[in-house]
Design a protein around this ligand. Structure first.
Ligand code: SF4
Length: 384
């Protein structure tokens, strides 16, 4: 694996597992018991403190990402104490990217100003759709109009790095509705756009409704059409399609999320959060009681440490590289005995239409992104 960790600084992920209500498609670890937020923030600060005292870690970091859940439910004081604790135990480098996920309906002018004052310089905004019937289907807490109003508030106070999320593949979504979503997204002129395919995770309301035949899932050929249209649409509008689900204006790629795709270390705090450090993956308990209990007893709430085997490293290298800025054929040939360029000219020629090449790397085209899992399976089977 390319040793990128030496060239880049780690990032910090903070999980804020609270939401006003549950979206129908969501299986993230989160609770609607908002009265526990204060208790949780105190535990989180303790976890950061414990980590800093017991781990061999790099103090210099250059990204902080507050994700959830709904981090915009934090009060300014709570956010200040979390960021204060990070500043106390880490060296947050100048020009670090500090992102806060916000949901429309949970943010007003004062909150937005407070977040900016606390040091947040990037907002990731969960709009998901500009169609009110879709938002209702997803059980989002806001309307399209409220989302636009919240976005404008954030922009008006000076945030110049805003990302929005959209979801495609919603039942009954058609090309016209999706085109309308794309146009509305562009009207907001965000610096970054994430576009996710609706997934039917078990343990969600959506999944159980599907099993009750309450709706039909979108046919795959329509999903593909919408995905390719999205890529075309935003690329023509000046965004770079730099990762399967992500589009950015020049110089606005998500620095924190890019660490996940480039195997750069990151430290996660809060239940269900993950870390990656020294070639190991760490996963925290996804359970409040266990989390609080361990923290109270002075222990880190880690449930699992996984040392990646060579085979897993190979699969990860393929997966992470192909979903973002490509893979280096020379590196993979020497290290893993797999010559992808050769295969694409011979046995796997039928896949060659999904690839493109620049001077250094082999990358997927947007059509390739859409079938990335099938491509990876075919490549793994060829490794000797
Ligand atoms: S706001 Fe986000 S984390 Fe919360 S339930 Fe909805 S999708 Fe899940």
């Amino acid at each position: 694996m390319e040793n990128l960790s030496e060239k880049y600084y780690p990032g910090i992920y903070i999980h804020i597992p609270f939401c006003i209500s549950r979206c129908s498609y969501c299986d993230f670890f989160s609770s609607t018991d908002l009265n526990s937020i204060e208790k949780y923030v105190n535990a989180l600060i303790k976890e950061i403190e414990l980590f800093s005292g017991t781990q061999n870690f790099t103090k210099e970091i250059d990204t902080i990402y507050l994700g959830g859940g709904t981090p915009s439910l934090l009060s300014a004081k709570q956010l200040d104490s979390i960021l204060g604790s990070i500043h106390q135990h880490f060296n947050v480098l100048t020009n670090s990217e500090i992102t806060l996920e916000a949901n429309p309906g949970t943010i007003d002018l004062k909150y937005a100003q407070d977040y900016m004052n606390a040091g947040v310089n990037r907002i990731s905004f969960g709009i998901q759709s500009f169609d009110n019937s879709e938002l209702k289907f997803l059980n989002r807490i806001h309307t399209a109009e409220e989302a636009v109003a919240s976005f404008n508030i954030i922009r008006s106070i000076g945030f110049d790095n805003i990302s929005i999320d959209l979801i495609f593949g919603i039942p009954n979504q058609n090309e016209k509705i999706w085109e309308n979503n794309l146009n509305n997204a562009l009207l907001l002129n965000p610096e970054h756009i994430s576009v996710y395919n609706l997934i039917y995770e078990s343990d969600t309301k959506l999944y159980s409704d599907l099993n009750k035949n309450l709706f039909n899932i979108m046919p795959e050929n329509l999903e593909e059409k919408l995905y390719l249209r999205t890529s075309d649409f935003f690329t023509q509008a000046g965004y770079e399609h730099y990762e399967v689900s992500n589009f950015a204006k020049p110089n606005f790629q998500a620095r924190h999320n890019s660490k996940y795709w480039k195997h750069i270390p990151y430290y996660g705090f809060g239940p269900s959060s993950h870390s990656f450090s020294d070639g190991n993956r760490y996963r925290n308990y996804s359970n409040f009681a266990k989390y609080y209990n361990l923290i109270e007893n002075g222990k880190l709430p880690i449930e699992e440490v996984e040392k990646l085997s060579d085979e897993e490293k190979f699969t990860e290298y393929l997966m992470l590289g192909l979903r973002s800025d490509g893979i280096d054929n020379n590196f993979i040939r020497e290290k893993y005995n797999l010559d992808i360029e050769y295969l694409l000219n011979t046995e796997l020629k039928y896949l060659s239409m999904y690839f493109k090449k620049d001077s250094k790397k082999i990358k997927l085209t947007p059509s390739g992104y859409f079938v990335i899992n099938e491509i990876i399976i075919s490549l793994i089977k060829k490794q000797t």
